[in-house]
Write a protein that binds this ligand. Structure first.
Ligand SMILES: [Zn+2]
Length: 223
């Protein structure tokens, strides 16, 4: 098995310049009888002097989980993810993942397992009800029974807050806010989109929740 492709910054022994490649630490050729090569043994072409050959040394490497995001088992902070997207954009401007940033390519954030989620339901003329740390099934159940103009609110203490309002028989308005301001808002969302947002919210993936409500368009995209 090859290990995941990652960004690798190499030093050119010919001109001392640095350049980036995307390669695997372990290419997995060994299982087919090919010799597994270390980075200095592999041949690369320098982007500065065009020298092709071996002898390159590794200066820096991006995290192996970066190009695998979102990966629940190997989460990344949004800051780290943005940093490596910047490196990818600078050195591999045609990389297909760049077109997917914010769509299918976004970080699984490190979860806050110790945090408590409060779920509130407020409906005009009824007393609000609340539960702590609801399961996804419980939220789906409350969502299905949500009356017209009733609100369902999920909230981390001092953290992200997701508010869902029924806007039609099969649609919902949703907004996601941090402790200061609304970050994402969507109207007339189908129930499955709202459920996806809730799933991300409950697993601590705040960014996934935001993207489910209001997919962001990556800068430079025509869409
Ligand atoms: Zn060179």
């Amino acid at each position: 098995m090859a290990t995941p492709s990652r960004l690798v910054q190499l030093h050119c022994p010919g001109c001392n310049a640095q350049f980036w490649v995307i390669d695997s630490d372990w290419r997995g050729g060994g299982i087919y009888g090919a010799k597994e090569l270390t980075y200095p043994q592999r041949e690369y072409t320098c982007t500065s002097c065009s020298r092709s050959g071996s002898g390159h040394t590794v200066i820096t490497q991006g995290p192996p989980e970066f190009l695998l995001q979102p990966h629940e088992g190997c989460p990344m902070t949004a800051t780290d993810f943005e940093h490596w997207v910047g490196v990818l954009r600078e050195h591999f401007p045609d990389h297909p993942k760049l077109r997917e940033v914010g769509r299918t390519f976004f970080p699984a954030l490190p979860g806050p397992p110790s945090l408590t989620v409060e779920m509130w339901e407020e409906e005009p003329g009824k007393s609000p009800r609340c539960t702590l740390d609801p399961s996804a099934d419980q939220v789906a159940d409350w969502l299905a029974r949500l009356g017209p103009n009733a609100h369902l609110t999920l909230e981390y203490k001092h953290g992200l807050k997701l508010t869902v309002t029924r806007s039609g028989s099969r649609t919902f308005d949703a907004s996601c806010a941090d402790w200061r301001t609304v970050i994402a808002a969507g109207t007339r969302l189908p129930e499955d989109r709202v459920r996806t947002a809730i799933g991300h919210f409950l697993s601590g993936d705040g960014d996934g929740c935001l993207w489910a409500i209001a997919p962001v368009t990556p800068p430079g995209s025509d869409a």
